[in-house]
Design a protein around this ligand. Structure first.
Ligand SMILES: [Zn+2]
Length: 340
């Protein structure tokens, strides 16, 4: 089985986007506020939105199930208030749940959190509980920078996050560290803001005692870990200078990387420096890079080809990357896959 641990609902039916436009317009003119009841999306609209998109790629590329979450750039936690973010997150998560109910063999849900800059994580805790206990979601996307590119909140290792982490551990779900859109013109969203955030989160974890406080807490750092694998020696050296234990002991029971790296040399490097036990297959389709690589004739995000092409991986290594590690990091998928 091949589990893709990172897919987004980037083909949402048009009424969802229309609702969001109205919700944002209502921040200036409350008379325009759309009611939730006005948002109507049929099962057929949902089927149409994924059957010739994410599901087509699953078939063509030979992957089985995608751990599926709302469009990451659409989370936009910096917009509006905590109430705006709560309503939007609940609607997006409910829609993911409907996709998973319609296609239980193809999709497993991961939720967006109703984070809002400068506010407590209480709403996020409640929404995580709702999604996991009532809708069978297996994880969440946690935004380390809900400001959208200004990084003026506390680092992921600050105690302000601890109540949320406690609940994650109790529910036995990991978080993918995932920023949203950038409203800082210095940082292109998918080309810079995402990769910066992945690298930043790793260094925050490295410099902290977070995993002494939460030995069972698990994070997936997407997009191949940002700049981390390429600079593995730097991070090993920094940990050593800080009198920390080796990376393996310090954080590799807690931090995992996905394979959303869109060329073979990147995946080759990753599998050389990051332990195989810490790499999870993912494509982030349909997402950041949609085109076809003229050098290979295949989609950049057809990441299965790269893993299949790494000559030194054993069958056991590939099985870990494709399936075993995802079952370990997202333990709740085991029950869902057994009943699908
Ligand atoms: Zn993503």
């Amino acid at each position: 089985m091949i589990i893709d641990c990172h897919g987004h609902y980037t083909t949402e039916p048009a009424p969802l986007l229309k609702f969001r436009e109205q919700q944002i317009a209502a921040l200036k003119d409350p008379a325009q506020a759309p009611s939730r009841e006005s948002l109507k999306i049929s099962d057929d609209q949902i089927r149409d939105s994924v059957q010739n998109a994410q599901m087509k790629f699953q078939r063509e590329r030979g992957t089985d199930v995608t751990i599926f979450s709302p469009r990451a750039s659409g989370m936009a936690h910096h917009i509006g208030t905590a109430a705006t973010s709560l309503e939007w997150s609940q609607i997006c998560n409910d829609l993911i749940h409907r996709v998973c109910l319609l296609f239980p063999e193809n999709f497993i849900g991961v939720c967006q959190l109703p984070q809002s800059p400068g506010t407590s994580l209480d709403n996020s805790i409640r929404e995580l509980e709702r999604c996991v206990t009532q809708m069978n979601f297996v994880g969440c996307n946690l935004n380390p920078d809900p400001s959208g590119g200004y990084w003026n909140g506390p680092p992921l290792t600050d105690r302000a996050w601890y109540p949320f982490y406690e609940r994650m551990v109790e529910l036995d779900v990991p978080a993918m560290v995932h920023v949203s859109s950038s409203c800082n013109p210095n940082f292109h969203a998918t080309g810079a803001h995402y990769i910066n955030a992945d690298t930043t989160a790793f260094m925050q974890f490295l410099a902290s005692n977070l995993f002494s406080d939460f030995p069972a807490l698990k994070f997936v750092i997407p997009h191949g870990g940002g700049g981390v694998p390429f600079h593995w020696g730097r991070y090993r050296g920094l940990a050593q200078d800080m009198k920390k234990p080796p990376l393996k002991e310090l954080l590799l029971n807690n931090v995992y990387f996905d394979t959303c790296v869109y060329h073979l040399p990147g995946i080759e490097l990753m599998t050389k420096v990051v332990p195989i036990d810490n790499i999870l297959f993912a494509s982030e389709m349909i997402g950041a890079v949609k085109g076809i690589d003229p050098e290979t004739g295949h989609n950049y995000d057809d990441t299965r080809r790269y893993i299949d092409a790494v000559s030194w991986l054993s069958a056991e290594d590939r099985n870990k990357i494709y399936e075993g590690n995802a079952r370990k990091v997202y333990p709740r998928i085991n029950k869902i896959l057994a009943s699908a």
